[in-house]
Design a protein around this ligand. Structure first.
Ligand code: OAD
Length: 259
């Protein structure tokens, strides 16, 4: 077991140390140790709930109260959680990257699929959020003023459904639902970030596109690719190094080796 984890870890650490451009893409597994439920693993949200009932525009149109009840519960859950060691390491990498004296300057970008704010609370700079945020709302009717998202951090939400301050219609969480497109600007920034020396994917089941495709893209551009996950994923056979382990253990280990 130690050999299986240690050897790829040493190789990844050497690659990270030599890299000037590092991109890390994260998924729900990075927040699991903080107590935020994942989607597909044991205890995952999609094991208990149907995405079609809770995370589509059609579901919201049918029953906005039900959808808001679920999002209000998730907001409360996340509000009670704190960043873990994985968030902390990534935040430090992103923040110290350009400033580390006496070392090769590093450009570290973090791309996340997570709608919690734990990367932000840990201090990650220039985070690219592919699937939006639980703490931002937008107009469900798509009125022009309400198309720009606004922050709403109230926990719990007051009685009654959140409303668009511009047109008075229902407000919705500004997260990407099934069947919806991602923000073009976020996708472009993520695609740009695939041009890197090391592309590391952490705590994602690697099944939801376009996010799942970025590791392939990075590899086709010549990046060294690696994965950290508790279990094998569709990306495992593709990456140069696959480390089976918990993000909150492996990232601090890597950090110690490369610092
Ligand atoms: P998933 O729930 O699909 O996958 C979480 C992954 O994290 C699994 O592969 C687990 O094995 C792994 N994992 C769990 N705990 C871990 C830990 N401590 N350390 C390392 N790995 C761990 O979550 P995502 O891949 O993020 O979409 O899901 C992608 C998207 O599907 C989400 O953003 C969400 C969902 O539907 C939207 O909300 C649009």
């Amino acid at each position: 077991m130690i050999l299986r984890v240690q050897q790829p870890l040493t190789e990844l650490a050497a690659r990270l140390r030599a890299a000037t451009r590092i991109t890390v893409m994260t998924g729900a597994g990075v927040s699991a140790a903080s107590g935020v439920p994942t989607f597909r693993g044991a205890g995952g949200l999609w094991r208990t709930y149907r995405a079609e009932d809770l995370a589509t525009p059609e579901a919201f149109a049918r029953d906005p109260a039900l959808v808001w009840e679920w999002y209000a519960w998730r907001r409360e859950k996340v509000a009670s959680c704190s960043p873990n060691a994985a968030h902390v390491v990534l935040a430090r990498w992103s923040a110290s990257a350009k400033a580390s004296a006496g070392q090769v300057p590093r450009d570290v970008r973090v791309v996340t699929q997570n709608v919690d704010d734990l990367h932000i609370r840990a201090g990650t700079r220039d985070l690219i959020r592919l699937h939006g945020s639980l703490w931002e709302l937008k107009c469900f009717n798509g009125c022009s003023a309400g198309a720009t998202t606004w922050r709403d951090e109230r926990v719990p939400l007051p009685d009654g459904l959140p409303r668009c301050p511009y047109c008075g219609g229902y407000a919705r969480p500004a997260v990407v639902w099934f069947g919806e497109s991602l923000h073009g600007g976020d996708v472009n920034r993520a695609v740009e970030a695939t041009a890197c020396d090391v592309f590391l994917t952490v705590g994602t089941s690697a099944v939801v596109y376009p996010a799942a495709g970025f590791v392939h893209h990075a590899r086709s551009l010549g990046a060294f690719t690696a994965e950290i996950n508790l279990e094998p994923t569709p990306a495992s056979s593709l990456v140069d190094v696959s480390i089976l382990g918990a993000a909150e253990d492996v990232l601090p280990q890597l950090d110690r080796v490369i610092s």
